[in-house]
Design a protein around this ligand. Structure first.
Ligand SMILES: Cc1cc2nc3c(=O)[nH]c(=O)nc-3n(C[C@H](O)[C@H](O)[C@H](O)COP(=O)(O)O)c2cc1C
Length: 171
């Protein structure tokens, strides 16, 4: 039997759930895609490595987010894993209502060799994915993609992490 650690049960509502899941420390990424002649980018931490054969990743995307329709249209996407220096980028690319066009103007980036999606300069790792499946899950979509390109820079910064609604870093 698991010993009771003394925590009182909490009613499951969206606020309590957000508080609880916020205790799950994660890395921080920027998800990118290209649709309607424009780059689209969004801060995201719901990245999961899914499979090695074939090599698949997934991202859970809020269906109301503008990035959602863009990735559905384009079928290709990039994931840049952020280092601690990129906190301002993470804050900017999670700001609701930021201008859609030119949102990467202030963020140094380059094009991935496999798909041409934007990848953030100085990221700890870069992934390029081609969508294989989209599963509707509540108010989000689980977008699964085959990894068709990788960037692994030799020198890396400490990781940017997200914990209890705040940014920190891990060496
Ligand atoms: C640390 C962090 C992680 C986030 N992870 C996700 C995510 O995995 N999926 C998602 O849909 N939104 C995520 N968001 C929220 C989006 O970044 C935000 O809703 C989006 O950029 C809003 O853009 P829009 O106004 O174009 O819809 C995250 C925000 C932060 C601060």
């Amino acid at each position: 039997m698991v010993e009771d650690a003394g925590a009182e049960p909490v009613p499951v509502d969206p606020q309590a759930y957000r508080r609880a899941v916020g205790r799950f420390a994660t890395g921080v990424t920027v998800a990118t895609t290209f649709a309607g002649q424009h780059d689209h980018a969004m801060t995201a931490n719901s990245i999961t490595s899914v499979s090695l054969d074939p090599i698949l990743m997934l991202i859970s995307v809020e269906r109301a987010a503008r990035w959602h329709d863009a990735v559905v249209e384009s079928g290709v996407w990039g994931i840049s894993v952020l280092g601690q220096h990129a906190k301002a980028t993470a804050s900017w690319l999670s700001t609701h209502g930021r201008p859609l066009h030119g949102q990467l103007d202030r963020v140094a980036h380059h094009r991935g060799a496999a798909t041409g999606v934007a990848l953030i300069d100085g990221a700890l790792a870069g992934f390029e994915c081609r969508t294989t499946d989209i599963h509707v899950a509540g108010d989000h979509s689980l977008v699964v993609g085959e990894v068709v390109g990788l960037e692994i820079p030799p020198r890396i910064d400490p990781a940017l992490v997200h914990f209890r609604g705040r940014y920190g870093h891990l060496d």
